[in-house]
Design a binder for this molecule. Structure first.
Ligand code: OXT
Ligand code: ADP
Ligand code: MG
Length: 569
């Protein structure tokens, strides 16, 4: 005969850590997980798929992490990446740090070794103090020690990733917890969905008035859009602010298309002029970091006053004085400005001067784009891509490299918000294939990845991930045979440290992995191959042969390249 306790244990329906984690993620609207499986998380992937969800399985965790972070950026929900312990975790950590740096919401979930062995450093399988190693690289690092805490941990991770300035969160799950059981009913009751995880943050009326007065008093105002503005997903409000005030705008790279690059108020093609001549600059979701020369120096010319819209209060005054901080979410701040600026006199003369400069620059560039050269250069090859992509305004452009990045940013127009994903705040190579996977999965639209040949190499094996999931991604590899250039002399009978094997056939690489592959040597061939590939929806590599002498050292940021002046002949 059973006693009471035995009867309860035998009759009560149980759940375990695996099931509770899946339940919590599903309840919170997660459908896609990006990751790489093995001990102790293999069952996570199997069970997730068995329940009708998607597990995108990568060849290296770093790329899975980049995919999760881009999913977070595109959807405004945390992207989820799952990895194994120590080495898998560390691979994923690079992407988590990059997500945090870029303000993309992401949750890295890693299995880990048992605490009692890790803490005494007794040499467990893949032993590492992951919780503490992750901590400086993300917004928060949490460990789940009790199976009944899975629900609260997932909610806390989601709220932390999304609220205020978005970013990365690490969730550490010691292996044994996955199979630890508890009564199913209690488990169910331990889960919930956070209410309003990214609450509106309304700027104070004094702060709004200060900004409104500055804008009204400006002769040459400028609106500078960053990827925080694109992330905020209040595209119509931002466009209305621009159109109602008649102020020229210029986008940072991932904000291109938030308002079409072809909009008459777009000052991107007059970038130097607007940065130098403006007197009041309204930063919307853009930091005054290295990409904006820290708000000082010759890039900025005339002294000016800054208005900065940012959700992170201590971003204000990070580099130079901000005369009118607007701390709050982009949508609330933009609409508060609109209300205060209603009926303001438009700076027509200034806008006309900017438009004239921009149209002159565009015309000059247009002639370069259509000039034929014996071997393709960055201008005519990217010009061909631009012309094709005009017909696919909802496709997503992924872009990495140096010359391949900087020229594409200049040449290829974007027409819709969040259609450009690139190397971001760190200028990091290797984001290409992970970003392409997420962009295709999350948007359901065609994706075109324009990658330098060096950049592609960082995540090239994920091309197999793209073909395996049959994703409609065209990878154009700007093959100039090297980092920046492909014509560097090779010293002392050794290949130059900046060069790659000139016989590399990326088109054949694609075919060997089940994709389509085309090698092109002219802009016409490139345009046709791209059009065919987008229309077919098949995963394709276009191996675009670029003049090895066409690139410049470090692309547009050669000024940051340090060289030795000692001992050079
Ligand atoms: O107004 P002006 O006259 O100034 O002109 C501007 C605009 O007005 C004009 N413009 C236009 N004209 C006409 N029409 C239109 N539509 C138009 N739009 C604009 O164009 C100019 C330029 O405008 P832009 O681009 O807006 O302005 P500018 O001045 O360039 O802006 C400044 C910046 C800083 C905002 C901008 O340059 C920028 O965003 N830069 C980002 C740069 C970046 O992040 N680079 C990547 C890192 S480089 C290096 O570190 C590399 N590595 C090392 C490495 C890295 N990064 N990561 C890891 C993990 N390991 C190692 C490596 C290995 S690059 C690299 C590989 C490189 O080799 P690849 O083979 O991959 O690539 P290739 O170089 O192709 O060989
Ligand atoms: P870019 O590289 O395009 O200049 P950054 O990544 O430097 O853009 O800046 C993005 C900024 O946007 C960050 O400072 C971040 O705090 C801010 N941000 C992100 N989301 C929001 C939001 N919803 N409301 C206000 N600010 C935001
Ligand atoms: Mg190259």
């Amino acid at each position: 005969m059973k006693n009471d306790i035995q009867a309860t244990a035998a009759d009560v329906e149980l759940t375990d850590g695996f099931h509770l984690l899946m339940d919590a993620l599903e309840m919170n609207g997660i459908k896609n997980i990006y990751g790489l499986l093995g001990i102790p998380v293999t069952e996570v992937g199997r069970m997730w798929q068995a329940r009708g969800n998607n597990f995108y399985s990568f060849r290296n965790e770093q790329n899975a992490g980049y995919a999760a972070s881009v999913a977070g950026y595109l959807t405004k929900k945390p992207g989820i990446c799952v990895t194994v312990s120590a080495p898998g975790f560390l691979n994923g950590l690079t992407a988590l740090a990059n997500a945090t740096t870029n303000c993309f919401p992401m949750i890295l979930i890693s299995g880990s070794s048992e605490r009692e062995i890790v803490d005494l450093q007794q040499g467990d399988y893949e032993e590492m103090d992951q919780l503490n190693i992750a901590r400086p690289h993300c917004k928060a690092s949490f460990r789940i020690n009790r199976v009944e805490d899975i629900g609260v941990a997932v909610v806390r991770a989601i709220r932390t990733a999304l609220s205020g300035r978005p970013g990365g969160v690490y969730l550490d799950i010691p292996a044994r917890l996955f199979s630890t059981t508890m009564p199913a009913e209690e488990g169910k009751n331990s889960l919930w969905v956070p209410v309003d995880p990214a609450p509106a943050q309304i700027p104070g009326p004094d702060a709004v008035k200060r900004a409104v007065d500055l804008i009204k008093g400006a002769k040459k105002p400028l609106i500078l859009l960053g990827k925080g503005a694109a992330y905020a997903q209040c595209d119509d409000d931002i466009k209305a602010l621009v159109e109602e005030t008649g102020i020229p705008f210029t986008p940072m790279s991932m904000a291109k298309g938030l308002i079409s690059d072809t909009h008459p108020q777009c000052g991107a093609a007059a970038r130097s002029m607007v940065l130098q001549e403006s007197d009041v600059v309204v930063l919307i979701g853009a930091r005054l970091n290295w990409l904006l020369s820290h708000g000082k120096g010759k890039t900025w010319g005339n002294p000016k006053k800054f208005i900065q819209i940012d959700i992170q209060a201590n971003e204000i005054d990070s580099n130079v004085q901000i005369h009118a901080p607007l701390v709050g979410d982009v949508q609330s701040c933009v609409n508060a400005l609109r209300a205060g600026l209603k009926g303001m006199a438009k700076p027509t003369e200034w806008m006309n001067a900017v438009a004239e400069k921009a149209s002159g620059t565009r015309a000059k560039l247009a002639s370069k784009l259509s000039t034929a050269t014996p071997v393709m250069n960055y201008h005519n090859s990217l010009g061909a891509i631009r012309d094709v992509l005009k017909n696919y305004p909802d496709s997503i452009l992924v872009n990495e490299g140096a010359n391949a990045l900087d020229n594409a940013r200049m040449v290829i127009d974007q027409y819709q918000p969040r259609k450009r994903v690139d190397t971001g705040t760190w200028g990091v190579m290797g984001v290409g294939m992970g970003s392409a996977v997420a962009a295709a999965v999350e948007s359901g639209k065609p994706v075109v990845a324009v990658c330098g040949d060096s950049a592609f190499g960082f995540s090239g094996m994920e091309y197999e991930t793209l073909t395996r999931y049959n994703l409609p991604v065209t990878v154009v590899i700007m093959n100039n045979g090297g980092i920046y250039r492909g014509d560097e002399a090779s010293p002392n009978h050794q290949f130059s440290c900046m060069l790659f094997n000139p016989n590399t056939r990326y088109d054949l690489f694609s075919k060997s992995l089940g994709g389509e592959g085309v090698r092109v040597t002219t802009p016409e061939e490139l345009a046709k191959a791209l059009e065919d590939s987008i229309k077919s929806g098949k995963t394709t590599i276009i191996d675009a042969i670029i003049d090895p002498a066409a690139g410049v050292e470090s692309g547009r940021i050669g000024n940051l390249n340090i060289v030795s002046t000692i001992g050079k002949k």
